[in-house]
Design a protein. Structure first.
Length: 132
């Protein structure tokens, strides 16, 4: 199991928060993106973010490595209904109203915060142009 910190840019300031676990950095990035996208409430049909995951596992060859991701959250036209524990007393229905898509853009060992901010802002502009 590896551990990662979420890093994101807001108003040209770098914020590092949360601790997300996963077997891979991508698995942790999906968890972090779900939390990040859920906190930002708006009426758009999709949300787009560029964020970074920093490996903070206590030991290993990847400690300190940063992974920059582009995430898109799309509102589904028809919500998905998933039944878990079907036929058991604790049966539940989970309703998914959004779909998340997270893509790795860049892996870096950069320790310069301003360079990381610049990279993330540049990547966001490029990704936003591709969407439009």
């Amino acid at each position: 199991m590896r551990y990662f910190k979420l890093i994101y840019v807001d108003n040209n300031h770098l914020y590092e928060c949360g601790r997300y676990s996963g077997k891979t950095h991508t698995q942790a990035a999906f968890k972090a993106f779900s939390r990040l996208a859920g906190k930002i409430r708006d009426d758009n049909d999709y949300k787009t973010f560029v964020f970074c995951m920093r490996d903070c596992t206590s030991e290993g060859e990847y400690v300190g490595t940063k992974y920059i991701y582009h995430g898109i959250r799309k509102k589904l036209k028809e919500p998905k209904h998933i039944v878990i524990h079907k036929g058991l007393p604790d049966e539940k229905t989970i309703i998914y109203e959004h779909e998340n898509d997270v893509k790795l853009i860049k892996q870096t060992l950069c320790d310069n915060n301003q360079q990381l901010i610049d990279d993330m802002e540049r990547i966001k502009c490029e990704c936003d142009q591709m969407i439009e």
